[in-house]
Design a protein around this ligand. Structure first.
Ligand SMILES: Nc1ncnc2c1ncn2[C@@H]1O[C@H](COP(=O)(O)OP(=O)(O)O)[C@@H](O)[C@H]1O
Ligand SMILES: [Mg+2]
Length: 417
């Protein structure tokens, strides 16, 4: 028997940093990381491309570095999508099942998924994912694996995730400009979820929060699938800026203060300590109180939490409430954030690190690499040839990517004609 080797690329364009990874897999064996590239991001604001050339240069730099360390060219990449324009909405379709007795076949499910795919999409948006959530058989809901069951009438509820057309175009144009071929797109929170969540968490109900530099990406999973995804355009950038403005110090000083002295963990008994900041160009130091920094961080955190709660208020949780919250992304390492979120959301909170590949290089083991590892994992799943049975099982439950790239590229060509 010959082994088949497949290669896949992952590219996470963040607001602070960009990671590119080249992975390889033999048959359905473990993923081997061949190369990693890292670049400081320019040309991205709150997750969205703000300058095509700078964003392209950033992508190019990360990709080139990954190619150099792998010694091979970058395969087509799976690319993350984020920004405040991401939203999700339920889609519904129903159909009758033929046959005597009427048993549900893969073609019945595909027909329903296609019906939801064909539902109208607002003109300024593209559907990025369509995730089958729950089936109802002759009016009895709560079915998740309907294949082979009997029913006259089959209904499907799905989670549809949309992104605005213009920022999506700009993301793809940046990749084009960097000569990076895009194989597929994935919403940031789903990518992070792929890397850090366990199957049990996804089944029981869990909130996933990726706290980055420019955005906080939220997803809610239950019964093994994604039920909601949205983005709050507030990230670590704002915490740093608040400190810089509040203490009249530079952004880079504020970033250092945040990382070294910032905390959301305070008890009334705590005595504030002094932070000594060097004064520009002199031997002197300026003394600021740790509690001033904590006040600033808390105020911004409070705002972020209320925005997240507002997004979650739109989710119908009558069937399922989350059992826990998993935080990841660079912002998850802010001291005390887990305790703070436990109190705010009244849920157990844990930190999420990429959890699956035995041989993940050091740079991909931290919270801030969750998204790129998830993209790699998702990409591999898209390209390896699974046994037919497994493929069917996946199609019934897993996020399928709506093949929008072709449509987008056509529009792109129209634009240049
Ligand atoms: N120890 C830390 N304490 C607080 N914030 C941190 C810490 N380490 C990283 N961050 C913050 O995490 C953010 C970067 O996270 P990351 O996930 O890499 O962002 P992005 O993917 O948007 O580029 C920055 O705002 C940075 O200040
Ligand atoms: Mg990120």
């Amino acid at each position: 028997m010959t082994m088949s080797r497949r290669r896949v690329g992952a590219l996470d364009l963040g607001t602070a940093k960009t990671l590119a990874v080249i992975g390889e897999v033999y048959d359905d064996g473990p993923v081997i990381v061949l190369g990693v590239g890292l670049a400081e991001t320019e040309g991205v604001v709150r997750g969205a491309v703000s300058d095509l050339d700078l964003a392209a240069a950033t992508m190019g730099q990360a990709v080139r570095e990954a190619e150099k360390s792998a010694g091979i060219p970058m395969p087509p990449v799976f690319l993350n999508v984020t920004g405040g324009h991401i939203r999700s909405e339920e889609g519904y379709a129903a159909d009758t099942i033929s046959g005597d007795p009427p048993d549900i076949k893969m073609s019945d499910i595909e027909r329903l998924i296609q019906k939801i795919r064909n539902l109208p999409v607002p003109p300024e948006e593209d559907m990025i994912h369509l995730i089958p959530n729950e089936y109802a058989l002759d009016g009895i809901s709560g079915v998740h694996t309907p294949l082979g069951m009997a029913a006259r009438r089959l209904e499907l509820k799905a989670c549809r995730i949309f992104a605005q057309h213009a920022p999506l175009q700009n993301l793809i144009r940046s990749a084009d400009r960097a000569a990076v071929e895009v194989a597929g797109l994935m919403v940031q929170s789903l990518a992070a979820g792929e890397a850090v969540l366990t199957e049990a968490e996804k089944q029981e109900g869990v909130l996933l929060l990726d706290l980055g530099e420019g955005t906080s990406d939220l997803a809610f999973y239950g019964h093994g699938a994604v039920l909601h995804a949205s983005v709050v355009p507030i990230g670590g950038y704002y915490f740093t800026r608040d400190i810089a403005l509040g203490l009249q110090i530079s952004r880079s000083e504020a970033e250092q203060v945040k990382k070294e002295h910032g905390t959301l963990l305070r008890s009334p008994a705590d005595k504030p300590s002094a932070i000594h900041l060097p004064v520009l160009g002199g031997q002197e130091t300026r003394r600021i109180s740790s509690s001033t920094v904590a006040d600033i961080l808390e105020a911004r955190m409070q705002e972020l939490c209320s925005r997240l709660k507002r997004n979650l208020a739109q989710v119908d949780m009558s069937d399922l409430i989350p059992r826990g919250l998993v935080i990841t992304g660079g912002g998850a390492t802010l001291n005390g954030i887990d305790k703070y979120l436990t109190r705010e959301f009244r849920l157990p909170v844990r930190l999420g690190r990429p959890n699956y590949m035995e041989q993940l290089p050091e740079r991909l083991q931290g919270e801030d690499a969750a998204a790129v590892v998830g993209l790699l994992r998702y990409g591999i799943r898209q390209i390896i040839s699974l046994p037919a049975k497994q493929k069917e099982a996946e199609a019934v439950r897993n996020p399928s990517e709506v093949n929008i790239l072709r449509g987008i590229r056509r529009t792109l060509q129209d634009f240049f004609r």
